[in-house]
Design a protein. Structure first.
Length: 394
Protein backbone atom coordinates (compact mmCIF):
# COMPACT_ATOMS: atom_id res chain seq x y z
CA UNK A 1 0.00 0.00 0.00
CA UNK A 2 1.42 3.42 -0.80
CA UNK A 3 2.28 5.40 2.29
CA UNK A 4 1.39 8.72 0.74
CA UNK A 5 -2.03 10.23 0.56
CA UNK A 6 -3.42 12.57 -2.00
CA UNK A 7 -3.31 16.18 -0.95
CA UNK A 8 -6.66 17.89 -0.93
CA UNK A 9 -5.79 20.05 -3.92
CA UNK A 10 -4.74 17.14 -6.09
CA UNK A 11 -7.27 15.48 -8.42
CA UNK A 12 -8.60 12.18 -7.06
CA UNK A 13 -6.97 9.02 -8.42
CA UNK A 14 -8.66 5.59 -8.28
CA UNK A 15 -5.52 4.13 -6.77
CA UNK A 16 -5.68 6.37 -3.70
CA UNK A 17 -9.42 6.71 -3.33
CA UNK A 18 -10.26 3.04 -3.52
CA UNK A 19 -11.51 1.67 -0.19
CA UNK A 20 -8.71 -0.07 1.67
CA UNK A 21 -9.11 -3.55 3.07
CA UNK A 22 -8.70 -3.16 6.86
CA UNK A 23 -7.03 -6.55 7.05
CA UNK A 24 -4.13 -5.16 5.05
CA UNK A 25 -3.47 -2.23 7.37
CA UNK A 26 -0.55 -2.62 9.77
CA UNK A 27 -1.38 -0.43 12.81
CA UNK A 28 2.31 -0.22 13.82
CA UNK A 29 3.52 0.93 10.44
CA UNK A 30 5.78 4.02 10.48
CA UNK A 31 7.20 5.68 7.36
CA UNK A 32 10.88 4.94 6.81
CA UNK A 33 12.83 8.19 6.26
CA UNK A 34 15.01 6.32 3.81
CA UNK A 35 11.95 6.03 1.50
CA UNK A 36 11.88 9.82 1.09
CA UNK A 37 15.40 10.29 -0.09
CA UNK A 38 17.48 13.41 0.46
CA UNK A 39 17.64 16.84 -1.12
CA UNK A 40 20.65 17.99 -3.15
CA UNK A 41 22.23 19.52 -0.06
CA UNK A 42 21.80 16.22 1.84
CA UNK A 43 18.82 17.31 3.96
CA UNK A 44 16.44 14.37 4.47
CA UNK A 45 12.99 14.95 2.96
CA UNK A 46 10.28 15.23 5.60
CA UNK A 47 7.27 12.94 5.09
CA UNK A 48 3.91 14.61 4.48
CA UNK A 49 1.60 14.25 7.46
CA UNK A 50 -0.32 11.03 7.05
CA UNK A 51 -4.00 10.57 7.72
CA UNK A 52 -5.88 7.44 8.59
CA UNK A 53 -6.31 5.73 5.21
CA UNK A 54 -9.59 4.21 6.38
CA UNK A 55 -11.28 7.57 6.73
CA UNK A 56 -13.08 8.87 3.65
CA UNK A 57 -11.36 11.82 2.12
CA UNK A 58 -12.97 15.15 3.01
CA UNK A 59 -11.69 18.22 1.23
CA UNK A 60 -11.29 21.30 3.40
CA UNK A 61 -14.23 23.70 2.98
CA UNK A 62 -13.14 26.72 0.95
CA UNK A 63 -12.48 29.75 3.12
CA UNK A 64 -13.66 33.24 2.22
CA UNK A 65 -10.10 34.01 1.25
CA UNK A 66 -9.75 31.00 -1.14
CA UNK A 67 -12.88 31.95 -3.10
CA UNK A 68 -11.70 35.53 -3.42
CA UNK A 69 -13.99 37.30 -0.91
CA UNK A 70 -12.08 39.30 1.67
CA UNK A 71 -12.81 38.34 5.27
CA UNK A 72 -15.32 40.74 6.85
CA UNK A 73 -13.76 43.58 8.83
CA UNK A 74 -15.04 43.39 12.42
CA UNK A 75 -17.34 46.34 13.17
CA UNK A 76 -16.25 48.92 15.73
CA UNK A 77 -18.34 48.44 18.87
CA UNK A 78 -20.81 51.35 19.22
CA UNK A 79 -19.62 54.06 21.65
CA UNK A 80 -20.97 53.70 25.18
CA UNK A 81 -23.74 56.26 25.73
CA UNK A 82 -22.97 58.76 28.48
CA UNK A 83 -25.70 57.40 30.70
CA UNK A 84 -24.19 53.92 30.64
CA UNK A 85 -20.81 55.13 31.88
CA UNK A 86 -20.06 54.03 35.42
CA UNK A 87 -20.99 56.67 37.96
CA UNK A 88 -19.13 57.48 41.14
CA UNK A 89 -20.67 55.09 43.63
CA UNK A 90 -21.05 56.75 46.98
CA UNK A 91 -22.70 55.36 50.08
CA UNK A 92 -25.69 57.32 51.41
CA UNK A 93 -24.41 60.48 53.06
CA UNK A 94 -24.51 61.19 56.75
CA UNK A 95 -26.38 64.34 57.85
CA UNK A 96 -23.12 66.28 58.24
CA UNK A 97 -21.96 65.11 54.81
CA UNK A 98 -25.29 66.16 53.32
CA UNK A 99 -24.83 69.65 54.71
CA UNK A 100 -21.34 69.80 53.24
CA UNK A 101 -22.61 68.47 49.88
CA UNK A 102 -25.35 71.10 49.83
CA UNK A 103 -22.85 73.87 50.57
CA UNK A 104 -20.57 72.51 47.88
CA UNK A 105 -23.49 72.20 45.41
CA UNK A 106 -24.48 75.80 46.08
CA UNK A 107 -20.98 77.14 45.50
CA UNK A 108 -21.86 78.70 42.15
CA UNK A 109 -25.01 80.28 43.49
CA UNK A 110 -23.14 81.67 46.47
CA UNK A 111 -20.18 82.81 44.40
CA UNK A 112 -22.30 84.68 41.88
CA UNK A 113 -25.86 85.44 42.92
CA UNK A 114 -25.18 85.86 46.62
CA UNK A 115 -22.01 87.92 46.18
CA UNK A 116 -23.92 90.38 44.00
CA UNK A 117 -26.89 90.38 46.33
CA UNK A 118 -24.69 91.18 49.33
CA UNK A 119 -22.89 93.93 47.43
CA UNK A 120 -26.17 95.68 46.59
CA UNK A 121 -27.58 95.10 50.06
CA UNK A 122 -24.53 97.00 51.30
CA UNK A 123 -23.52 94.15 53.60
CA UNK A 124 -20.25 94.94 55.37
CA UNK A 125 -19.72 98.20 53.44
CA UNK A 126 -21.42 100.53 55.89
CA UNK A 127 -23.47 101.88 52.98
CA UNK A 128 -27.24 101.55 52.58
CA UNK A 129 -28.83 99.05 50.21
CA UNK A 130 -29.48 99.86 46.60
CA UNK A 131 -32.88 98.19 46.28
CA UNK A 132 -33.22 98.48 42.49
CA UNK A 133 -30.06 96.47 42.02
CA UNK A 134 -31.17 94.00 44.66
CA UNK A 135 -34.35 93.51 42.66
CA UNK A 136 -32.39 93.00 39.42
CA UNK A 137 -30.07 90.52 41.10
CA UNK A 138 -33.04 88.51 42.37
CA UNK A 139 -34.53 88.46 38.88
CA UNK A 140 -31.18 87.40 37.37
CA UNK A 141 -31.01 84.65 40.02
CA UNK A 142 -34.31 83.19 38.72
CA UNK A 143 -36.54 84.35 41.53
CA UNK A 144 -38.86 85.77 38.86
CA UNK A 145 -39.74 89.40 38.13
CA UNK A 146 -43.10 89.76 39.90
CA UNK A 147 -41.89 87.89 42.95
CA UNK A 148 -38.63 89.87 43.13
CA UNK A 149 -40.53 93.17 43.11
CA UNK A 150 -42.88 91.95 45.87
CA UNK A 151 -40.05 90.55 47.90
CA UNK A 152 -38.01 93.76 47.88
CA UNK A 153 -41.12 95.76 48.75
CA UNK A 154 -41.81 93.57 51.77
CA UNK A 155 -38.14 93.55 52.86
CA UNK A 156 -37.99 97.36 52.76
CA UNK A 157 -41.15 97.68 54.81
CA UNK A 158 -39.86 95.35 57.51
CA UNK A 159 -37.32 97.94 58.71
CA UNK A 160 -35.40 94.96 59.99
CA UNK A 161 -33.17 95.98 62.90
CA UNK A 162 -30.61 93.32 61.87
CA UNK A 163 -30.21 95.07 58.51
CA UNK A 164 -31.28 94.63 54.86
CA UNK A 165 -29.56 91.26 54.39
CA UNK A 166 -31.49 89.79 57.32
CA UNK A 167 -34.71 91.30 55.87
CA UNK A 168 -34.20 89.68 52.45
CA UNK A 169 -33.17 86.41 54.07
CA UNK A 170 -36.33 86.34 56.21
CA UNK A 171 -38.55 87.19 53.25
CA UNK A 172 -36.96 84.49 51.09
CA UNK A 173 -37.31 81.91 53.87
CA UNK A 174 -41.00 82.87 54.27
CA UNK A 175 -41.65 81.88 50.63
CA UNK A 176 -40.79 78.27 51.33
CA UNK A 177 -43.66 75.90 52.04
CA UNK A 178 -44.04 74.38 55.51
CA UNK A 179 -43.29 70.67 55.44
CA UNK A 180 -42.73 67.59 57.51
CA UNK A 181 -38.96 67.14 57.52
CA UNK A 182 -39.33 63.40 58.14
CA UNK A 183 -41.26 62.94 54.92
CA UNK A 184 -40.65 59.86 52.87
CA UNK A 185 -43.06 58.04 50.56
CA UNK A 186 -45.38 55.96 52.71
CA UNK A 187 -48.02 53.47 51.76
CA UNK A 188 -51.58 54.60 52.38
CA UNK A 189 -52.99 51.08 51.99
CA UNK A 190 -52.49 48.06 54.20
CA UNK A 191 -50.44 45.31 52.57
CA UNK A 192 -49.58 47.50 49.62
CA UNK A 193 -46.46 49.41 48.62
CA UNK A 194 -45.95 53.17 48.64
CA UNK A 195 -46.00 54.42 45.06
CA UNK A 196 -43.92 57.21 43.56
CA UNK A 197 -44.60 58.42 40.03
CA UNK A 198 -41.65 60.37 38.67
CA UNK A 199 -42.65 62.86 35.99
CA UNK A 200 -40.89 65.57 34.05
CA UNK A 201 -39.42 66.53 30.72
CA UNK A 202 -36.68 64.35 29.17
CA UNK A 203 -33.14 65.31 30.07
CA UNK A 204 -34.03 66.91 33.38
CA UNK A 205 -32.52 64.02 35.36
CA UNK A 206 -35.56 61.78 35.93
CA UNK A 207 -33.77 58.47 35.51
CA UNK A 208 -30.76 59.56 37.52
CA UNK A 209 -33.07 60.72 40.30
CA UNK A 210 -34.96 57.40 40.30
CA UNK A 211 -31.64 55.57 40.58
CA UNK A 212 -30.52 57.80 43.45
CA UNK A 213 -33.88 57.34 45.23
CA UNK A 214 -33.75 53.56 44.78
CA UNK A 215 -30.26 53.47 46.33
CA UNK A 216 -31.28 55.77 49.18
CA UNK A 217 -34.37 53.80 50.18
CA UNK A 218 -32.64 50.44 49.72
CA UNK A 219 -29.87 51.65 52.05
CA UNK A 220 -32.59 52.50 54.56
CA UNK A 221 -33.69 48.86 54.46
CA UNK A 222 -36.76 49.32 52.28
CA UNK A 223 -37.46 46.93 49.41
CA UNK A 224 -37.88 48.84 46.19
CA UNK A 225 -39.20 47.84 42.75
CA UNK A 226 -38.72 50.05 39.71
CA UNK A 227 -41.33 50.27 36.94
CA UNK A 228 -39.98 51.18 33.50
CA UNK A 229 -43.14 52.97 32.40
CA UNK A 230 -41.36 55.29 29.95
CA UNK A 231 -42.00 52.83 27.14
CA UNK A 232 -41.80 55.59 24.53
CA UNK A 233 -38.00 55.47 24.25
CA UNK A 234 -36.28 52.07 24.18
CA UNK A 235 -33.17 53.73 25.64
CA UNK A 236 -35.15 54.85 28.68
CA UNK A 237 -35.78 51.21 29.62
CA UNK A 238 -32.09 50.28 29.16
CA UNK A 239 -30.99 53.32 31.11
CA UNK A 240 -33.30 52.55 34.01
CA UNK A 241 -32.10 48.94 34.02
CA UNK A 242 -28.55 50.17 34.58
CA UNK A 243 -29.69 52.15 37.61
CA UNK A 244 -31.75 49.18 38.87
CA UNK A 245 -28.62 47.01 38.66
CA UNK A 246 -26.56 49.63 40.47
CA UNK A 247 -29.10 49.86 43.26
CA UNK A 248 -29.58 46.06 43.14
CA UNK A 249 -33.34 46.37 42.92
CA UNK A 250 -35.72 44.50 40.60
CA UNK A 251 -37.25 46.30 37.65
CA UNK A 252 -40.50 45.51 35.85
CA UNK A 253 -40.37 46.35 32.15
CA UNK A 254 -42.28 45.54 28.99
CA UNK A 255 -41.17 45.93 25.40
CA UNK A 256 -40.64 49.44 24.02
CA UNK A 257 -43.98 50.86 22.86
CA UNK A 258 -45.98 48.83 25.41
CA UNK A 259 -48.78 50.39 27.46
CA UNK A 260 -47.18 52.27 30.41
CA UNK A 261 -50.28 51.55 32.47
CA UNK A 262 -49.73 47.81 32.05
CA UNK A 263 -46.12 48.17 33.23
CA UNK A 264 -47.21 50.00 36.38
CA UNK A 265 -50.00 47.48 36.98
CA UNK A 266 -47.51 44.59 36.76
CA UNK A 267 -45.04 46.41 39.02
CA UNK A 268 -47.78 46.88 41.66
CA UNK A 269 -48.75 43.20 41.32
CA UNK A 270 -45.11 42.19 41.78
CA UNK A 271 -44.76 44.51 44.79
CA UNK A 272 -47.88 43.07 46.46
CA UNK A 273 -46.78 39.49 45.72
CA UNK A 274 -43.26 40.07 47.07
CA UNK A 275 -44.31 42.34 49.94
CA UNK A 276 -42.16 45.20 48.58
CA UNK A 277 -42.32 48.58 50.35
CA UNK A 278 -41.98 50.97 47.47
CA UNK A 279 -42.63 51.13 43.73
CA UNK A 280 -40.91 53.95 41.85
CA UNK A 281 -42.22 54.42 38.31
CA UNK A 282 -40.45 56.25 35.52
CA UNK A 283 -42.79 57.92 33.03
CA UNK A 284 -42.38 59.35 29.55
CA UNK A 285 -41.50 63.02 29.39
CA UNK A 286 -42.09 64.58 26.02
CA UNK A 287 -43.34 68.09 26.06
CA UNK A 288 -44.17 68.42 22.35
CA UNK A 289 -47.07 65.95 22.63
CA UNK A 290 -48.27 67.38 25.86
CA UNK A 291 -51.90 66.37 25.69
CA UNK A 292 -50.98 62.73 24.89
CA UNK A 293 -48.48 62.77 27.66
CA UNK A 294 -50.90 64.14 30.19
CA UNK A 295 -53.58 61.63 29.09
CA UNK A 296 -51.04 58.87 29.53
CA UNK A 297 -50.13 60.07 33.01
CA UNK A 298 -53.79 60.37 33.97
CA UNK A 299 -54.32 56.81 32.78
CA UNK A 300 -51.40 55.56 34.86
CA UNK A 301 -52.95 57.30 37.86
CA UNK A 302 -56.30 55.56 37.22
CA UNK A 303 -54.56 52.21 36.96
CA UNK A 304 -52.86 52.75 40.31
CA UNK A 305 -56.23 53.63 41.85
CA UNK A 306 -57.75 50.51 40.32
CA UNK A 307 -55.00 48.13 41.44
CA UNK A 308 -54.38 49.74 44.85
CA UNK A 309 -57.48 51.77 45.77
CA UNK A 310 -56.54 54.62 48.11
CA UNK A 311 -52.80 54.32 47.40
CA UNK A 312 -52.35 58.10 47.01
CA UNK A 313 -49.18 57.97 44.93
CA UNK A 314 -46.57 60.66 45.32
CA UNK A 315 -46.11 62.48 42.04
CA UNK A 316 -42.62 63.91 42.01
CA UNK A 317 -41.80 66.43 39.32
CA UNK A 318 -38.15 66.52 38.30
CA UNK A 319 -37.04 70.02 37.40
CA UNK A 320 -33.68 70.94 35.93
CA UNK A 321 -32.56 74.01 37.92
CA UNK A 322 -30.56 75.29 34.95
CA UNK A 323 -33.74 75.80 32.90
CA UNK A 324 -34.87 78.55 35.27
CA UNK A 325 -38.16 80.26 34.55
CA UNK A 326 -38.83 77.91 31.58
CA UNK A 327 -38.72 75.01 33.98
CA UNK A 328 -41.18 76.80 36.16
CA UNK A 329 -43.63 77.01 33.25
CA UNK A 330 -43.24 73.23 32.70
CA UNK A 331 -43.90 72.58 36.37
CA UNK A 332 -47.10 74.64 36.27
CA UNK A 333 -48.35 72.67 33.23
CA UNK A 334 -47.70 69.32 34.92
CA UNK A 335 -49.23 70.52 38.15
CA UNK A 336 -52.44 71.60 36.42
CA UNK A 337 -52.74 68.28 34.61
CA UNK A 338 -51.64 65.64 37.07
CA UNK A 339 -51.36 67.35 40.46
CA UNK A 340 -47.79 67.29 41.78
CA UNK A 341 -47.07 66.39 45.38
CA UNK A 342 -43.35 67.12 45.40
CA UNK A 343 -40.47 68.52 43.39
CA UNK A 344 -36.94 67.30 42.85
CA UNK A 345 -34.69 70.10 41.73
CA UNK A 346 -31.72 68.64 39.85
CA UNK A 347 -28.39 70.11 38.70
CA UNK A 348 -28.36 72.77 41.39
CA UNK A 349 -24.57 72.29 41.29
CA UNK A 350 -24.45 73.41 37.64
CA UNK A 351 -26.17 76.76 37.96
CA UNK A 352 -25.68 80.02 39.78
CA UNK A 353 -29.45 80.51 39.96
CA UNK A 354 -30.59 78.97 43.22
CA UNK A 355 -33.45 81.51 43.26
CA UNK A 356 -35.58 79.00 41.33
CA UNK A 357 -36.24 77.14 44.60
CA UNK A 358 -38.12 80.15 46.00
CA UNK A 359 -39.91 80.82 42.73
CA UNK A 360 -41.24 77.30 42.37
CA UNK A 361 -42.40 76.83 45.94
CA UNK A 362 -44.08 80.22 45.90
CA UNK A 363 -45.81 79.52 42.57
CA UNK A 364 -46.97 75.95 43.17
CA UNK A 365 -47.12 75.67 46.96
CA UNK A 366 -45.63 72.24 46.44
CA UNK A 367 -42.54 71.38 48.51
CA UNK A 368 -39.15 70.69 46.99
CA UNK A 369 -38.39 67.25 48.44
CA UNK A 370 -34.86 66.73 47.17
CA UNK A 371 -32.14 68.68 45.43
CA UNK A 372 -29.66 67.04 43.07
CA UNK A 373 -26.14 68.39 43.47
CA UNK A 374 -24.18 66.08 41.17
CA UNK A 375 -24.28 62.93 39.09
CA UNK A 376 -23.16 60.43 41.73
CA UNK A 377 -25.55 58.13 43.58
CA UNK A 378 -25.21 60.05 46.84
CA UNK A 379 -25.74 63.50 45.26
CA UNK A 380 -29.43 63.74 46.13
CA UNK A 381 -30.10 65.66 49.30
CA UNK A 382 -33.39 65.89 51.18
CA UNK A 383 -34.50 69.48 51.09
CA UNK A 384 -34.59 71.27 54.42
CA UNK A 385 -35.63 74.93 53.94
CA UNK A 386 -33.64 76.24 56.90
CA UNK A 387 -30.50 74.35 55.89
CA UNK A 388 -30.93 75.58 52.33
CA UNK A 389 -31.26 79.25 53.29
CA UNK A 390 -28.38 78.86 55.76
CA UNK A 391 -26.18 77.30 53.05
CA UNK A 392 -27.11 80.09 50.64
CA UNK A 393 -26.25 82.84 53.10
CA UNK A 394 -23.25 81.01 54.62
P1 LIG B 1 -33.89 62.00 31.99
O1 LIG B 1 -33.87 62.07 30.49
O2 LIG B 1 -34.84 63.00 32.56
O3 LIG B 1 -34.11 60.63 32.51
O4 LIG B 1 -32.45 62.52 32.46
P2 LIG B 1 -31.18 61.71 32.94
O5 LIG B 1 -31.41 61.06 34.25
O6 LIG B 1 -30.72 60.85 31.82
O7 LIG B 1 -30.14 62.90 33.20
C1 LIG B 1 -29.70 63.74 32.15
C2 LIG B 1 -28.28 64.21 32.48
O8 LIG B 1 -28.30 65.01 33.65
C3 LIG B 1 -27.32 63.07 32.79
O9 LIG B 1 -26.10 63.36 32.20
C4 LIG B 1 -27.19 63.10 34.30
O10 LIG B 1 -25.95 62.60 34.74
C5 LIG B 1 -27.33 64.58 34.58
N1 LIG B 1 -27.80 64.86 35.93
C6 LIG B 1 -28.89 64.37 36.56
N2 LIG B 1 -29.00 64.90 37.80
C7 LIG B 1 -27.95 65.76 37.98
C8 LIG B 1 -27.51 66.61 39.05
O11 LIG B 1 -28.13 66.74 40.13
N3 LIG B 1 -26.38 67.35 38.83
C9 LIG B 1 -25.70 67.27 37.66
N4 LIG B 1 -24.59 68.03 37.53
N5 LIG B 1 -26.07 66.48 36.63
C10 LIG B 1 -27.19 65.73 36.79
Amino acid sequence: MPFWRRRHDEPPTPEVDEPVDPALVDPDWEPDPADFGVLDDGTPVEPLPTTDPLLPFEPEPPSMMTIGIPAPVPLEPPPTPAWAEPVRETPPLSEADEEAALEHGLERTRGNFMTRLRTFLGTGTGEGPSWDEVEETLIAGDVGAALAIDLVERARKRHEPAGPEAAIRAELAALLVQRDLDWSPRSAVAAGPAVVLVVGVNGTGKTTTIGKLASRYTAEGRSVILAAADTFRAAAIDQLRIWADRAKVPMIAHAPGADPGAVVYDALDAAVARGADLVIADTAGRLHTRSNLMDELAKVRRIIDKRLPGAEPETLFVLDATTGQNGLAQAKAFHESVGLTGIVLTKLDSTAKGGIVFAIEDALHVPVRFVGVGEAVGDLIPFDPDAFVAALFA
